[in-house]
Every structure is written in structure tokens, then in C-alpha cells.
Design a binder for this molecule. Sequence first.
Ligand SMILES: [Zn+2]
Length: 98
Amino acid sequence: MLINKINTYNFFNMNCKKARVLMSAAVDSELNLKEEQDFLAHLSECKECHEEFREAKKTKMIIKERIVQFKAPQSLVNSNMQLTSIPATEHEDTLLFE
Ligand SMILES: [Zn+2]
């Protein structure tokens, strides 16, 4: 494990440590273009981080499903779906006018 990390640090522009820092933002699609390019470039070279990212996305999806399925009443689920289908800027405008 330690040897793997030293090797990837030497071979790639972005090291695993930096990739892991960006990973949670990447799961939420919150990276800027440059960060995303660097991050994806690292994933294409590093199987370990690629797997980690795949798992992180899967985990996030499962958590999201569980929250909707078990915690939110059906009416709330419906209104959430309506809100998320409206682009963020439009949603803000609607709130201002109300
Ligand atoms: Zn890596």
C-alpha cells in the first residue's frame, strides 16, 4: 500500500493524496474544469483511485436513495423532485417574487 502510493506520486502529475481531497467534491460534481480534468486524468491512470471514486459515487447514490425512501414522506419527495427539476437560478427568482 505504502509502496503503491510512493510510485503513483512519482509517476503522475496529480498524486493520490490530492485526488482523494478532490474526490468528495467530484462526487457532488463541484470541481472546476481544471480540477475535473486533472482528477479524471489521474483516475484514468490510477486504478486505486478509480475504484475509490466508483465506490464513493455508489455510496452517495445509496445514501440519497435511502433518505428519499425511508425518511421523506411522499409529498416531500414529490416537491423535492419538482424543485430539483427547476434550474437553480430560476428557483431563486421564484422565491424572490413570492
Ligand atoms: Zn491515485
